[in-house]
Design a protein around this ligand. Structure first.
Ligand code: C5P
Length: 408
C-alpha cells in the first residue's frame, strides 16, 4: 500500500519515526511529508533513511512532478502524526501553504489524524470546533491519550502509541478479518545461535522478519500470539498487546519455549531458521589462535523441533506449520524438495520458499508455495512478508475451519 505520513512540528514528532518503521515493517511504501517545523524536531535524513524515499516539504521543491497532486492521487492512506493544533486548523479551513496541507486537499483516500498538543490547546473551543468540522467531513481524528505531556503537566494531549496509530490507520483500509479470533498461536522467528565459546557462535542469516510478520498478522486477525524470537533485532520485535514475546538464543532454548507455549496453542508455526547442529562442547574461555592452526569443532545433531511437534501433537487438533527455505539443485527443483520435506516432516502445512544470496533473507520480497502434509499445493503467497504471512494464515484458517466443521 502507498501511504503518505504527514509529520507536524510537535515534540511528539520523534514518535512518528516509530510509526514509519511499523508501516515499513508491514510492507508498505511510505512517503513522509513533514512540515518545516517538524524538520526542526527530527531532521530530513532520518525520514529519508527510514522511508527510503525522497522527503519534501514544499510544493516548489519538485514543481516539475506536481508532487502535491501526485502524492494525493497515488496514496491509499494518509496519516498525520503528530497533528498539531495548527495543522487541524489549517485542514479544517482548507488552507494550503505547504506540501502537507496541499496534499490533504488533493487526497480522496482515508485520512487519519493523530493529534498531540498541550491539554489547553486540545480542549480549546477552536480546536474542538476544527476537530468536529474535520470529523464531519469524514476525516478520522483520533482522540489523544491522557498522561504525561512534554513537561511536568498531565492531561489529554499525548500522541497515542505508534502501534495504536498504525492499527487504527490500517483498519481504515483493510477489511477486518478476524478468522483467528479466540485462537492461540505460537510463532517462532529468527535464527538460532549455537555457542562455540563465549564470543563465537554458529548461526544463520535469518532476520526474523517473516516470523514477526506472521505474529503481527495473526494478532491483527484476532489471535493471541506467543512470538518465540531467536536473536531478532530489538527494533523488529513488535510491541503489541496481543503478542507475548519470549526471547531465546539456542535451538534447545527455542525448543523449550515453543513446547511450553505450544501446549495450549491451536497453531504452531515454525518460521525460525533452526541450526541442525550445535558444537558438542562449548568452552567457557575464548578459543585462542595457536600456531597449530584451527582446532576442529565437533558437532552434534539438534532435535528437529518441527518433526517432533508434528509427531507428538502437544494438543489435540493442533495445526503444525513449517517453513522450508530451498534452493533447487541437480536432484530436483525447489518444489520437488519442498514436497519431499512436507512428507518427511509430517507437518500439516509447509510454506516453501526459494532462497539464495539475494532472495528470501532480510528486507526483500518473498514468494511461498504452501503444501499440505502430502505435498499437494494448497496456497500461494507473494509480495511483502506481510502478504506472505496472510497467505499462510489463510491456509491455516481454512484448516481450522475444516476441523471445526468435522467436529460438528
Ligand atoms: O529441514 P529444514 O531445516 O529445511 O526444515 C525447516 C523447517 O523445520 C522450519 O520450519 C524450521 O523452523 C524447522 N526446523 C526445526 N528444527 C530443526 C530444523 C528445522 O524445527 N532442527
Amino acid at each position: 500500500m502507498r501511504i503518505v505520513l504527514g509529520v507536524t512540528g510537535g515534540i511528539a514528532a520523534y514518535k512518528a519515526a516509530l510509526v514509519l518503521r511499523l508501516l515499513r515493517e508491514a510492507g508498505h511504501r511510505v512517503r513522509v511529508v513533514p512540515t518545516e517545523a517538524a524538520l526542526r524536531m527530527v531532521g530530513r535524513p532520518t525520514w529519508e533513511a527510514l522511508s527510503g524515499e525522497p522527503v519534501r516539504t514544499d510544493v516548489f521543491d519538485d514543481a516539475e512532478h506536481v508532487d502535491h497532486v501526485a502524492l494525493g492521487r497515488g496514496a491509499d492512506l494518509v496519516i498525520v502524526a503528530p497533528a498539531t493544533a495548527n495543522l487541524l486548523a489549517k485542514a479544517a479551513a482548507g488552507l494550503a501553504d505547504d506540501l502537507l496541507s496541499t496534499t490533504l486537499l488533493t487526497v480522496t483516500c482515508p485520512v487519519l489524524l493523530a493529534p498531540a498538543m498541550h491539554t489547553e490547546m486540545w480542549l480549546h473551543a477552536a480546536t474542538q470546533a476544527n476537530v468536529a468540522t474535520l470529523r464531519g467531513r469524514g476525516v478520522h481524528v483520533l482522540d489523544p491519550d491522557s498522561g504525561r505531556l512534554t513537561g511536568a503537566d498531565t492531561g489529554p494531549g499525548r500522541l497515542p502509541e505508534p502501534a495504536a496509530i498504525v492499527a487504527a490507520a490500517l483498519a481504515l483500509v483493510s477489511p477486518a478479518i478476524d478468522d483467528l479470533a479466540g485462537r492461540s498461536v505460537v510463532v517462532s522467528a529468527g535464527g538460532t545461535r549455537e555457542p562455540i565459546d563465549p564470543v563465537r557462535f554458529l548461526g544463520n542469516r535469518s532476520s526474523g522478519r517473516q516470523g514477526v510478520a506472521l505474529a503481527v498478522a495473526a494478532a491483527r486477525r484476532g489471535a493471541t500470539v506467543t512470538l518465540v524470537a531467536a536473536n531478532v533485532d530489538d527494533a523488529l520485535v513488535p510491541d503489541h498487546p496481543a503478542i507475548a514475546v519470549r526471547r531465546v538464543e539456542t535451538t534447545l532454548e527455542l525448543r523449550d519455549a515453543v513446547r511450553d507455549a505450544g501446549s495450549g496453542a491451536d497453531v504452531v508455526v515454525m518460521a525460525a531458521a533452526v541450526a541442525d547442529f550445535r558444537p558438542a562442547t562449548t568452552t567457557t574461555h575464548k578459543i585462542k589462535k595457536t600456531s597449530a592452526g584451527p582446532a576442529p569443532i565437533e558437532l552434534e545433531t539438534n532435535p528437529d523441533i518441527l518433526a517432533e511437534l508434528a509427531a507428538e501433537r502437544l494438543r489435540e487438533g493442533q495445526v503444525v506449520v513449517g517453513f522450508a527455505a530451498e534452493t533447487g539443485d541437480a536432484t530436483g527443483d525447489v518444489l520437488a524438495h519442498g514436497r519431499e520435506k512436507a512428507r518427511r516432516k509430517g507437518a500439516d502445512l509447509l510454506a516453501v520458499n526459494e532462497v539464495g544470496a539475494d532472495r528470501g533473507f532480510g528486507d526483500v520480497p518473498n514468494e511461498v508455495t504452501i503444501l499440505d502434509g502430502e505435498g499437494s499445493v494448497v496456497g500461494r503467497g507473494s509480495g511483502t512478508k506481510a502478504q506472505v504471512a496472510d497467505a499462510v494464515w489463510d491456509a491455516v484458517a481454512a484448516r481450522l475451519r475444516a476441523a471445526t466443521t468435522i467436529e460438528r
